[in-house]
Ligand binder design. Structure first.
Ligand code: IPD
Length: 260
């Protein structure tokens, strides 16, 4: 049902990847700060979002777009809204670290109906459509249907997390959560790209993930991929943006006993 949107978006992220790979590890990144000194943006973020937004507007001139760098554009009254993080993992990208991704979701009347996350350097593509399942495609291999991990105990689980950019002004910056949960898990990863983290949970490469102070563009696409892969999402606090725990139900509940 959503095949045309999906085909369009997969092509869109593959074209956007070319912009990001062109500048990656080069000396022409034009790194600037945003909300504070920890929060950076590069010319690849901005050029990627312009390309994505312009391409969507050409194909779907009646739709609305929300992008991390450009905010809202398009038809404010549209039932369709594209939610775009042109480059999730900008800190990694700016350092030459290879984990970063493009995240594009489509919502209809507020419900996410399609999500695509593409990590250009490692050529991993995650896709989902509402009630259509979730898939991962590595390079030129055939897409595989994905499912969340079935693990039921934390001591054999590898889980991911992240830290908010405002970590210097709020004492509750996730460091105490790490102290509490670390002795109970096999290990913890901080990969630096929430969209990719959630996709890793969707395909079982991580057994769970939590993070506070996220934005809708970070996880809109990945959250659909996660739920279509059988995972659940719990919002664990309401005072710091989007704060979620994801995984299978048992692991989400167990993570939830340690974190605030
Ligand atoms: C960030 C990444 C990071 C997470 C931050 C996000 P950005 O997105 O997803 O892993 O810890 O909360 O803002 O700024 O690279 O698009």
């Amino acid at each position: 049902m959503y095949k045309d949107f999906l085909d369009f978006t997969v092509n869109l992220v593959k074209e956007t990847a070319k912009i990001q790979l062109k500048y990656f590890r080069g000396n022409d990144l034009s790194i600037k700060t945003k909300s504070n000194v920890f929060d950076v943006v590069t010319r690849a973020d901005k050029e990627s979002e312009e390309f994505i937004a312009n391409t969507i507007m050409q194909h779907y001139p009646d739709h609305k777009i929300l992008g991390e760098e450009g905010g809202y554009r398009g038809n404010a009254d549209s039932e369709y809204m594209w939610v775009v993080d042109p480059l999730d993992g900008t800190t990694n990208y700016s350092q030459g670290l290879p984990l970063f991704c493009i995240s594009v979701a489509l919502q209809h009347k507020g419900e996410t109906i399609m999500g695509v996350v593409y990590a250009p350097y490692i050529e991993e593509l995650f896709t989902a459509t509402k009630n259509g399942g979730a898939y991962m495609q590595c390079g030129s291999k055939a897409p595989q249907k994905i499912e969340v991990s079935k693990k039921q105990s934390l001591d054999i689980s590898v889980i991911g997390t992240g830290f908010p950019y405002d970590k210097d002004i709020y004492a509750e910056n996730n460091s105490e959560n790490i102290v509490r949960i670390l002795p109970h898990v096999r290990d913890i990863r901080r990969m630096g790209t929430a969209a990719y983290d959630v996709c890793c949970v969707a395909c079982g490469m991580l057994d769970g993930f939590w993070e506070m102070s996220l934005h809708v563009w970070d996880v809109c696409a990945a959250n659909l991929i996660l739920t279509e892969a059988g995972g659940i999402i719990v919002n664990y606090r309401n005072d710091r943006g989007i704060s979620i725990i994801v995984g299978n139900e048992t692991i989400v509940n167990k993570i939830g006993t340690f974190i605030k």
